[in-house]
Design a binder for this molecule. Structure first.
Ligand code: FAD
Ligand code: SF4
Length: 329
């Protein structure tokens, strides 16, 4: 059993305290919510913060609300995946989110893991998420401030994989995130714009900034689905994943179809399928085949994660077709 390094843990109970602490500890700390993504990596010395500021005790960030007048769902950042899975509101308005949340890790992890932590999960790589002793035997790569990539020979950047399950279904329904910026101001941006697509630093958060809330507007108009391929069914990060969302038009055909791919690049891959699927029936085999091929083309996995790049690319198309086959025409 690997030991944790020594660090201080601060547990603010209110937003006011949190804002004070994040200024006090400035660039010496990391946030922790459920800790399920972070703690294993601290044990491996992947990150070495002096201080962890835990968001766990701030009950103000733990809620699921639905506003009928604006047809908007709001989810606090520290809401646990277990709470999302058991929520009647989410079941009624956004059941695809439950499928995505259920696919994360295992029940023991989902009991404490939060939606905010999932959105901010760092990118992953077989050469990065390793113990200090293992990594000592290879050259420092871009992700650790070095000058090379150990996964892609001659690679000019970090190709670490965006492997969080929940953001892709959120992006497919055009979710937004409320960020508390460094000036203590709340800023709302589309989640799609939150990600940089870069393995080295996957999101735009600056030192000390954090996510407060997830906002999903016009949710009852959307149909959204999620499927994931992983090597171990009981517990595993995705080898690839697909979220697919659309509105139904008055004739029951596809309207505004979009797909978002996970674990096949360093950020979520957004694919607008309007040009292929708009106005088409759910059983239009030709359009569905064309869409699957387009998704396979847009997936750019490299050999630094579970399964082979070729297999992951192919599985993207298969997952998409499985989703469409499950739709009722
Ligand atoms: C065995 C195992 C299997 C796993 N399988 C999966 C899987 O299949 N799919 C998957 O997606 N994940 C998986 N994970 C990773 C992790 O459990 C989940 O991503 C989880 O949702 C992370 O949430 P958390 O609250 O525990 O985040 P934490 O570990 O607390 O934080 C994760 C990162 O986000 C930052 N952070 C947390 N909250 C905020 C916030 N509000 N604002 C800004 N930054 C924040 C932290 O500083 C940290 O960098 C697995 C983990 C384990 C240990
Ligand atoms: S993709 Fe390359 S640079 Fe990025 S973590 Fe892996 S080995 Fe390092």
């Amino acid at each position: 059993m690997r030991k944790l390094p020594v660090f201080e843990v601060i547990q603010p109970e209110t937003e006011e305290e949190l804002l004070l602490f994040r200024h006090k500890y400035h660039d010496r700390f990391m946030f922790s919510s459920g800790g399920t993504g972070l703690i294993p990596e601290l044990k491996k010395r992947v990150y070495s913060p002096e201080v962890l500021i835990s968001l766990q005790k701030i009950s103000d960030y733990d809620y699921i609300l639905y506003d009928q007048a604006t047809d908007t769902l709001k989810i606090g950042a520290t809401t646990k995946l277990k709470t999302i899975i058991n929520s009647d509101l989410i079941e009624k308005y956004f059941s695809g989110l439950i499928d995505a949340a259920k696919s994360v890790a295992m029940p023991q992890v989902r009991n404490v893991a939060t939606i905010g932590g999932n959105i901010c999960l760092d990118t992953r790589c077989l050469f990065f998420n390793q113990s200090y002793e293992w990594r000592r035997g290879i050259d420092k790569c871009y992700k650790f401030g070095g000058e090379k990539c150990n996964a892609v020979k001659g690679g000019k950047r970090c190709f670490a994989v965006f492997a969080a399950d929940i953001p892709i279904i959120l992006i497919s329904v055009n979710a937004k995130v409320k960020i508390m910026n460094e000036l203590d101001e709340e800023v709302v941006i589309p989640l799609k714009e939150f990600y940089t697509g870069k393995g080295k630093k996957p999101n735009i958060l600056k030192e000390g900034e954090f996510i407060k809330e997830i906002i999903i507007e016009n949710i009852s108009k959307k149909e959204a689905f999620f499927k994931k391929f992983r090597l171990r069914q009981s517990i595993d990060f995705p080898a690839c994943s697909v979220a697919f969302s659309f509105d139904k038009d008055s004739n029951g055909k596809f309207k505004n179809p979009v797909a978002v791919l996970g674990a096949v690049d360093s950020g979520p891959v957004f694919v607008d399928l309007k040009g292929i699927l708009e106005g088409k029936n759910f059983n239009d085999d030709e359009a569905i085949e064309l869409s699957a091929k387009e998704l396979e083309k847009r997936a750019k996995p490299v050999d630094n994660f579970s399964s082979t790049p070729y297999y992951r690319k192919k599985m993207v198309g298969i997952l998409f077709k499985k989703i469409v086959q499950s739709l009722e025409s």
